[in-house]
Design a protein around this ligand. Structure first.
Ligand code: 0O2
Length: 212
């Protein structure tokens, strides 16, 4: 008897986690379908690859504490990136292409957007973040679930993952002033490379087998 509330909580936890997994499946399938269609029509894949994750319980609690949300006050529902998809594109023009194609779908609702490409973060971080609501059809109801989609180029992703690893390894200690400055410098250089690679891509037309 005394375990009943705990068992119910565990069941509720599994149900909620299942919802986030389902939402990730739906949005990632939509993105794969769009990428495949783009390849059929233009012989080109805007998406390089994707990474999906459901935020761990520990990271969710860390974030609730960091943001100062009240636990009593359904803090979970304020965390918009429990379901997360990272879409890594080749060029920055692909980022906005993917964004527009996804948001055009009428079962997808945009609830938040942060363009850290037009307005990079102080750290030098660049990426486009959107949060969408997607309907998940269950046996007895439909739930609208938030999914955060981070869209960035391969170069932006390289910077973000290396910088994240450097910070993570410091066990909560901030990076040195020098490292912060150098990372900003790297981000600026990488942005120039991104722009140059995109210009090269746009100027060099693909050559068909028949045209050779
Ligand atoms: P993890 O481990 O990546 O999941 P908000 O909900 O918008 O009020 P939030 O979510 O803190 O507040 O806003 P933000 O900054 O728009 O998005 C946070 C996420 O963006 C981070 O997730 C990182 O994935 C990424 N990010 C933001 N800034 C940086 C940065 O300077 N460097 C790197 N490497 N990544 C960054 P989490 O939740 O921190 O963690």
């Amino acid at each position: 008897e005394e375990f009943k509330p705990m068992a119910m909580q565990a069941q509720r936890f599994l149900e909620v986690r299942n919802l986030y997994h389902a939402a990730i499946k739906e949005v990632s399938t939509k993105l794969e379908i769009l990428d495949d269609e783009f390849h059929v029509n233009h012989d080109y894949n805007p998406i390089h690859h994707m990474e999906c994750r459901v935020k761990s319980i520990k990271s969710i609690f860390d974030k609730i504490i960091r943001k100062g949300y009240d636990m009593e006050d359904d803090a979970f529902t304020k965390i918009m990136d429990i379901a997360g998809i990272r879409v890594i594109c080749k060029y920055s023009q692909d980022i906005y292409r993917v964004r527009d194609m996804l948001l055009k779908q009428n079962d997808i609702e945009l609830i938040k957007e942060k363009d850290y490409i037009q307005n990079p973060k102080e750290s030098g971080y660049r990426s486009l973040h959107i949060v969408v609501l997607v309907p998940v059809f269950l046996s007895d109801r439909v739930e609208k679930v938030p999914v955060e989609v981070q869209i960035r180029t391969v170069v932006m992703d390289t910077w973000a993952s290396l910088e994240h690893e450097l910070k993570y390894k410091r066990n909560g200690q901030p990076l040195s002033e020098d490292a912060i400055e150098n990372l900003k410098h790297c981000a600026a250089q990488m942005n120039l490379i991104d722009e140059m690679m995109e210009r090269i891509h746009n100027s060099e037309k693909a050559v068909d087998e028949d045209d050779k």
